[in-house]
Write a protein that binds this ligand. Structure first.
Ligand SMILES: NC(=O)c1ccc[n+]([C@@H]2O[C@H](COP(=O)([O-])OP(=O)(O)OC[C@H]3O[C@@H](n4cnc5c(N)ncnc54)[C@H](O)[C@@H]3O)[C@@H](O)[C@H]2O)c1
Length: 281
């Protein structure tokens, strides 16, 4: 159901790669809610992805940009402002990548060049984006910037690797920059800590199926889907959340407040009792 929550608003959406991407769902929902936006991704992602199809369906334009390049960000923002004829109202940062995760390098055996890339792509790009937007005075008063995070920023989750550190930095940037951008320009900045979700980035985490199953069993409301995440993003871009800023907002069906659920306990004790498991001990 659409509520016209973003009628008249313009924005930039980073990170839609294919129709599983969280950013893809956000673009679809933002369009339904009346927003106009620019879609952006790296030139290589544009070659392999399906972004033009989404652009056509949502009446958007696509501008390639590598979010780690300040020059690209300046070009993207100035072209977007030119396209809309003024400042924009919202930005979605839905970007993450770790070569250590991709190449199966464990946290106690990371490649440091990869680690620096992880930070640059998954966290520093957010600072670069905010700093560039602020210097160019690109965002309207009460505008809203949202980045996507994961609970591995607070809790250790097996195999999430150097992305955990990147997400911790990402959330910290939202607070540090949120103070300055809020004070000076009334722009709000938040991160959404989303449930594990089956996307291209999500599938890069080895054992994602087990993680999905575990968090589904642990969360009283079950895992939040990419579509539900898009609904939440739309509310944060809307005028209904004008005083929400500098927050890491959990969108995870309650997972972040749980210690042990009945469903997870049941599975755990069943596995402890199974014959095969006893033999292995
Ligand atoms: N899938 C999950 O389980 C999950 C859970 C919580 C948070 N998140 C976060 O959600 C966000 C979106 O991921 P997704 O799950 O939709 O996967 P996805 O693979 O569809 O999206 C990741 C995007 O990042 C883009 N990207 C990578 N390097 C870039 C760069 N240098 N410049 C610009 N874009 C770049 C990719 O091209 C891709 O479009 C990420 O921040 C991810 O960490 C995902």
């Amino acid at each position: 159901m659409a509520y016209n929550l973003l009628k008249g608003k313009t924005g930039i959406i980073f990170g839609a790669l294919n129709n599983q991407s969280i950013a893809w769902k956000v673009a679809e929902r933002a369009y339904e809610e009346g927003a106009r936006f620019v879609l952006t991704n790296t030139p290589i992602a544009l070659r392999f992805g399906e972004l033009n199809e989404l652009a056509e369906r949502t009446g958007s334009i696509v501008i390639p940009a590598d979010a780690t390049s300040v020059k690209d960000l300046e070009m993207l923002i100035s072209k977007s402002m030119e396209y809309f004829g003024g400042k924009i109202d919202f930005i979605l940062h839905s970007i993450g990548m770790s070569l250590n995760v991709r190449k199966g390098r464990n946290y106690d055996d990371v490649d440091y060049d990869y680690l620096v890339k992880t930070y640059d792509i998954s966290a520093l790009s957010f600072h670069k984006l905010l700093q560039t937007a602020k210097k160019m005075d690109a965002i309207n008063e009460w505008g809203s910037v949202v980045a996507l995070s994961y609970i591995a920023a607070q809790r250790t989750l097996f195999r999430y690797n150097d992305m955990a550190d990147a997400k911790a930095a990402l959330e910290s940037i939202a607070r540090s920059f949120g103070y300055i951008y809020g004070r000076e320009k009334r722009v709000r900045i938040n991160t959404i800590s989303q449930s594990p979700t089956l996307t291209t980035a999500g599938s890069g985490v080895k054992g994602i199926d087990d993680l999905l199953d575990y968090s589904e069993r642990m969360s009283p409301l079950g895992n939040a889907s990419a579509d539900e995440c898009a609904d939440y993003c739309v509310t944060l871009f809307s005028d209904l959340t004008r005083k929400v800023t500098m927050q890491n907002l959990y969108h995870d069906g309650g997972f972040s407040s749980m210690g042990m659920s009945e469903r997870a306990m049941h599975t755990y004790s069943r596995s402890l009792n199974c014959d095969e498991c006893r033999d292995q001990e």
